[in-house]
Design a protein around this ligand. Structure first.
Ligand code: CP
Ligand code: NVA
Length: 312
């Protein structure tokens, strides 16, 4: 019998201690890339488009001496051309680890249930844990490794990016604030997970409707698109519902002076964020994108049981 593999399907799959450990590993790999994954293969099974996630996984594996195989949306037909449980068991015979980008969270969960190798959520409708790890790695680089009490305000949709972000930030003891219009708040399960983690780590979780309340004196500001992949038919409605939630000069002025501005990208400039704010010196969006490489390198090493071998 093979041992049950460790998966990263949700930010909550990592304990608070593991979250910190993984960020330490990412920082060490960034300082000193090492060939930990010689001969290891990662499959990228993607059902939605991607720039950052795909390329950063490919580059991460290269840095660590491993290889990748990319499967584009039209190729596999997960659950359509072939049953999820068959795809999972077949890929497990070829590669050592798989990153899946798909629609519902239940798809990666079903996949992982049949997988003999670790499965990484490379974005679902509900979660984007790799993004959150890279984001907090970036904040640690800017503000120091101990983020307890540091205030982070997310302005916008209770979507995949904010769900993983609030759980990860709460695990680090941050003062997490989230402002969303009514009807677009995070699911209750995410709120209770993040609140419990924040309480355990001496942090805080505050959910409000008013974006000004959330950003007041905040040290880190974060936003994401109002319409995510797969929701395109709702975009007109969402533009109306999210009016007033744009990260613009006026909102940034209410935050702490020099507050960091974050966005996972791609951005819809002129909707959730202005061109001026994303191009401002406070913006760290490209540092976030760069750090996807190191956060994911650490995640792969961790899930393959190799974190203990990282030097430095
Ligand atoms: N931020 C992010 O995941 O970007 P991609 O959709 O381009 O991978
Ligand atoms: N919330 C966005 C994130 C893209 C990286 C989406 O799901 O489309």
């Amino acid at each position: 019998m093979q041992p049950t593999p460790r998966h990263l399907l949700s930010a909550a799959d990592l304990s608070a201690a593991e979250t910190s450990l993984l960020l330490d590993c990412a920082a060490r790999l960034k300082r000193r890339p090492q060939r930990l994954l010689e001969g290891r293969q990662l499959a990228l099974l993607f059902e939605k488009p991607s720039l950052r996630t795909r390329v950063s996984f490919q580059v991460a594996m290269r840095h660590l001496g491993g290889e990748t195989i990319y499967l584009a949306p039209q190729e596999v037909g997960l659950g359509e051309r072939e049953a999820i449980k068959d795809v999972a068991r077949v890929l497990g015979r070829y590669v050592d680890i798989v990153a899946v980008r798909t629609y519902g969270q239940e798809i990666v969960e079903e996949y992982a249930g049949y997988s003999t190798i670790p499965v990484i959520n490379a974005l679902t409708n509900e979660e984007h844990p790799c993004q959150a790890l890279a984001d907090l790695l970036t904040v640690r680089e800017k503000l120091g490794a101990d983020l307890r009490g540091v205030s982070l305000a997310f302005i916008g949709d209770g979507n995949n990016v904010s769900a993983s972000l609030v759980v990860t930030a709460a695990s680090l003891g941050m003062d997490v604030r989230m402002a969303s219009p009514k009807g677009y708040m995070l699911p209750e399960s995410v709120v209770s997970e993040a609140a419990a983690r924040a309480a355990a780590q001496g942090g805080k979780l505050t959910l409000v409707v008013d974006p000004v309340e959330a950003v007041t004196a905040a040290q880190v500001l974060y936003t994401d698109v109002w319409t995510s992949m797969g929701q395109e038919r709702e975009s007109e409605r969402r533009r109306i519902d999210f009016a007033g939630y744009q990260l613009n000069r006026e909102l940034v002025a209410k935050a702490a002076s020099g507050a960091l501005v974050m966005h996972d990208l791609p951005a819809h400039r002129g909707e959730e964020i202005t061109d001026e704010v994303i191009e401002s010196p406070q913006s760290i969006v490209f540092d976030q994108a760069e750090n996807r490489v190191w956060a994911q390198a650490a995640a792969v090493a961790f899930l393959l049981g190799l974190a203990g071998q990282i030097d430095g």
